[in-house]
Ligand binder design. Sequence first.
Ligand code: HSE
Length: 439
Amino acid sequence: MTAKPLQIGLAGLGTVGTGVYETLCRNHELLEARVQMSFEVKRVAVRDLGRPRDVAIDPALLTDDWRTLVEDPDIDIIIELIGGVTDAYELITAALRAHKPVVTGNKALLAERGGELFRLSAETEAPLYFEASCGGGIPIIQSLTASLICNNVERIAGIINGTSNYILSAMERKGVSYEEALSAARRKGYAEADPSLDVNGRDAAHKALILAMLAYGTPVDPRAIAVYGIERVTPVDFQFAHRLGYTIKLLVVIKHHEGSGKLELRVQPSFVPKEHLLANVNGVFNAIAVRGDIVGETIFYGRGAGKNPTASAVIGDVMLAMRDCRHPEHHSGFHPYTQAPELMPAEETVTPYYVRFLVQDRPGVIAAIAAELAKKGIGISAITSTPHGEEEQADSNDLVLLLHACAWGKLKQALREIGNYDSIDRHPVVFRIENFNES
Ligand code: HSE
């Protein structure tokens, strides 16, 4: 055991911060025994000193100025849990400049300004740890950077937004509306303060950028990725998906194309075969499938959000930081090691598709659609239509086509042409189909 306890400064005592503080107190002895080092929480920075708290904490530990933590020469490690991208950026950069290791779960900040932060971390030799930034309690960051270190990562596919998975699962299983499911996710504390980031796919995109950075060695340009959310998913699409042997999941796909060297990175609600493990990940759970050239297929599953799972990830990093304090020159934080890969434009990415058209019941409609698709070399693998009574739209039908794999750019052009037909709605619903059977 170290004679002088390592001193921790915790910035942020919201849901996750509270979980971190409680767990550091509750499992103090266990943690000290496991790392063979002693520690204590020296200061806790909060936004509002007067706010009632549902955690027992000595008020003398509290400060409403995070700078106190960074400037205190006795504080060895900073935990950043204040969120947002402005104060958190200032706090992290100030701490790194003061040569203090930082533990954060701030996915938005890492996704948007990871390049700068890792450069600063390298210059100051102060590591930045971020296990809590992706997958909540799932130890995916350590797995990618340590356990799977010998692998070229061929593909990552996953469900990494708990709120949208909760909403899709509730819509599917309980038949509730999108709005009802979103309110329940907020009540349970899964959704972000601004839940639009959860449902529009941006939160999953932030996490995907972090996974891509770890798998391919350098921060990836956040502006270049195709992101679609779950706002347009309807019960009708779930009914068709079931009939066709699929479910719908907000899926992140990251793939390295060996021939072109391009990186495919996309986030969108997708059809997943019912029998695939990812199709059976429900509620707030997340799962990340990583395929490496040496290990083959792996899958990581767990709670992707919430107080204690996220606290578990933060504390894992704090213990890593404590161990690294013994040999700071050989810390285990992330070091970028390569040039940014070229991102594959969405138009070039190839998958099978589900397309649902609202069409008027006229002779020749299917022939017209098939002809436009054929002009672009796109084949149809299945056709089905309205799965439910549509008395109120007696003249219209939902016409669903499953398409063989094709480039999105080609399908987009074909859909534009099809939209010119009077009897076909201009805005069909389109989902990618992920069969996970790529070679
Ligand atoms: N709002 C996020 C989610 C929390 O739903 O996954 C964890 O990052």
